[in-house]
Design a protein. Structure first.
Length: 140
């Protein structure tokens, strides 16, 4: 039985090779397809816009590199954001300054942060108990 299956497989392989040999991508003489109605004028429309000059405010944006290094080799963005939220809200390291965090490695702030550099040890509270945990102090 196994011998017949091997013969059938060989025949199928030969048939497939013959079909593949007959295929081609073309000889390239046809060139690219032409655009339909090329060069003809379409229907014209009047477009009105409401424009006005603006002067954007001069803003400064501080960009910070963030490295969250937990015990696990790689943390998902969800956990990174949870850690960041804990640092921002519960540890209050940034003194109420709004900081945008991308969930990976970048944070942005409109003002220089009081904790411009630092390293913090964070222990998230257990989700079930709602308590415990706490953060470490900053050093930097």
């Amino acid at each position: 039985m196994a011998h017949l299956c091997a013969k059938q497989q060989a025949a199928d392989d030969d048939a497939l090779a013959q079909v593949a040999a007959g295929l081609s991508l073309g000889d390239g003489t046809d060139g690219p397809m032409s655009r339909p109605s090329h060069g003809k004028l379409g229907k014209s429309y009047v477009v009105r816009t409401n424009t006005f000059a603006i002067t954007p405010p001069k803003l400064v944006c501080y960009q910070y590199d963030v490295a969250i290094k937990p015990d696990e080799p790689k943390t998902p963005p969800r956990l990174n954001r949870e850690i960041w939220r804990y640092i921002d809200k519960d540890m209050n390291i940034f003194d109420g300054i709004a900081v945008a965090y991308d969930g990976r490695s970048m944070a942005f702030s409109p003002r220089r942060l009081p904790a411009d550099e630092g390293q913090w040890s964070v222990t998230l509270p257990d989700e079930e108990s709602g308590g415990g945990g706490g953060g470490g102090g900053g050093s930097g």
